[in-house]
Design a protein around this ligand. Sequence first.
Ligand code: DGJ
Length: 737
Amino acid sequence: MSIQVNASNRLFHLQTKHTSYVFHVIEDGSLGQLYYGPKIPFKDDYANLNTREEHDCTNTRTDEDVEFQAELLKQEYAGLGKGDYRYPAFQITYPNGSRTSEFQYRDYELKDGKARLTGLPSTFADDSNDSQTLTVKLADGDLELQLHYTIFADEDVIVRSTTFVNHGKTVFLNRALSAQLDLPDANYDFIQFAGSWSRERHLHRSHLRPGTQSISSLRTASSHQENPFFMLARPHTDNNQGAVFGFNFVYSGNFLDSVEVDQFDTTRVLIGINPDEFGWKLNSGDSFQTPEVIFSYTDNGFNALSQQLGAFYAQHLINPHFAHQERPILINNWEATFMDFTEDKLMPIVERAKELGIEMFVLDDGWFGHRDDDRSSLGDWFVDEKKFNHGIAGFAKRVHDLDMKFGLWFEPEMISIDSKLYQTHPEWMIKTPGRGQTPGRHQFVLDMSRQEVVDYLFGLMSHIIQDAKLDYIKWDMNRNITEMYGADLPADQQLEFSHRYILGVYDLYDRLTKAFPDVLFESCASGGGRFDLGMMYYAPQAWCSDDTDAVERIKIQDGTSYGYTPSMWGAHVSAVPNDQVGRLTSIDMRAKVAYFGAFGYELDVTELSDEEQATIKQQVAFYKQYRKLFQFGTFYRLETPDTSDNVYGWETVSHDKQTAIGMRYQILNGANPAYIRYYFKGLDPERRYTVNDGSEVFSGAELMNAGYFVPRVMNRLQSPKVPSDFHADMFIVKAVD
Ligand code: DGJ
C-alpha cells in the first residue's frame, strides 16, 4: 500500500490496505480517471480501462483523433468548454472574459505524511506513517492547478483537495470544487441524510436516475436540512455487506454534493464549496486552497464504512488532545430553566447533580448582558450581575469547589440590536446597503470576515475562559445568514463573502483552541445545524439535535451514525413530556438511547421523584463503567427482520472483543408477537461469553449466528398496567475466558 507513479506512462496508482485509485495523463495533457474500488495490483499500463470509441454526435479532440471524445471520458478534474458537457469541477473567468481552460500536466510531488492546511480545518498525520501525499501539478498559461491526494492506508481513506495558483493577470474563480470522481456505471443508490431543525439526518435512499441529483446548502452553514456526508452503494448493500463509497466534506459553510448520471450511464461525483454564492478573485501571486474531501470505500457494507471513517476521524481529524479522551457526563440547565435563573436557583441543581455523580455543569444561554429572553444582549459577553452577584468566576468557583467541571454557552457569531455591541459597532452586523434586514430568532449575524470582529470575540472569550477557568464551551449558532454582504469587500469580491465568513469562524476557533488546549468545545447550531467535519476538527463533539425525545433521537442518532461516531454527538436525557413532541417515555428508555453518545442530562434534577433520582444515580454509575465502550467502541447498526421502522438495534464492541453492549429499541409494542432474537455483531466467534451476567455461556459464533432470545414486552400479565411502548432491551456481553 503506497502511491506508485509510473513516470514514463504518467500513471498514478494510489493504494490503501483494500482499495486502489488509479488515474493518468491523457492525450490532451489533462488527467483521466481509470479506477476506484477494491484493490488491484500495480501495473504499468491499464490500457483496457482507458476506453476510446467513436460515437456520433459528440465533439472530438481533433479531426484525426475522433475516438477522443471529452464527454465520454472519465476525467479527474474537468473544466467546461472543451466538449464535456457534464457539470465541471471548476470554472475560471480569464482576463478577456473567456471561460475555457486547457490545463496540462506538468509534474508531481510525492511526500510521506500529510500536513495540515492553513486557515482551514483539515486532516493530518502528525504521528503516523500510514499516509503519503501526492500533488499533481497542471498549468494553463500562468495559472497553476494542484490536485492533492493523501492516502491513509490503514483506514482505506483518500483525502483530496485542490489549489489554484495565479502567476499572471487577475482571473476569477467562479467554481472551484474540491474533488471529482467519475465512475464507469450508474448502478448505485444515493444515500443521504436530510431533515430539518429537531429532525436532523434521517436516512434517505434512492436509486440514481439520469440527470443531476444533489444535496447542498446555501445557508452559510452545513445545515439541518442536508448533511454533507453521503454514500453511493450498490443496490443490495446493507449494513453488513456490499459495496459502498462514502464521501464527506471537511467544511462548515455552503456546500454542493452533486451526482450526475450522464447519457452513457456513467456517474460523476462533484464535491466542494457551493458555486452559487461563491467567487474568488485571484490576483498575480494569489492562491486559493479548497477545503478537503474524504473518499472511502469498502466491500463490506455500511457498518464497515462507518467504522473505517470513525477510526480515520479519531486518528487524523479530531484534535488529538480529545480524540481518545472520555467525555464528562454533563448536566445542562437549558431545558431545566431556560433563561429564568439566578446563581441561587442554579446551585441546588448543581449540588444535586454532584450527589448523583454528574461530572460537569453547563450554564446555557442567558447568563450575560440583560438576556431574559432571546431578544437581547448577543455580543455583550459580560456577566449579568443581577443573576450572578459574584460574577461568572464566583459561580464557576462554587461549581469547581464541588469538584465538578464548569462549562459555559456562547453564541459568538451573533448580535442583538438591543446590545451594547450594536450601539458601539452597528457596522459589524451583516447587512446589504439599501436592503431591509431579515431577523432570525430576533437576532442578526456579525461579519466574521472582519478581523476586528474576530479579535473582539477572541479578547472577550479569552477573558472569561481565564476568569472562570472554563473546562468546556458550548458554541451555538442559531440562525443562518441573510443579506450576504461584506462591507469591507470591493464589489468584484462580494461573492467571496460566504467563504470568508466561514474562514473567520475557523480563525476564532483556531485561536481559542490553541490558546486554551484543555477546554473541550461542543459545537451547536440550534441542535445539529452545523454538524460537519469542519466543526469536528475544532470541537470534537456537537449537539446532535434539539430534539431529545427518545423515539425521535433513535432516528436522528441512527442516521448520524452512518457518517459520524458516537463520541462526536452530544446526547442528553431530558424531562417528559418531551419539549418538542410532548411524548412520555420512561427515564430508562431515554438513557438507553442517550448512552450512545457524549452522555448528559438536561433537566431539573431537584424536581424529580426520589425514585427517579436514584435511577439517575445508577445510570451515571453505569455509564462511567461503560463510557469508553459507548464512546469509542466499534459501533454497529443491527439489521432487524422488522422493516416497519418499529425496531432499531445498536451495539458497541470493545476493540479487544472482551465486552459488548447491545441495545434493542422497540417503539410500539405488538400483541402476541413471534419469538424475537437479537443477533450480535463483531464478537470473537471462538470466545465464550455471558449475557447480562447469566449462567449460560455462549460462543461468540452462537450469539452472532443463532442469536439471543429476547423476551417480549409483556403487558397482559402486568398489574397495574404500565405503558409498554417505547421500550429498550439492553444486553451486556462479557467474555469469560
Ligand atoms: C439552541 C441550542 O440547540 C439549545 O441547546 C440551547 O443552547 C439554545 N440554543 C439556547 O439559546
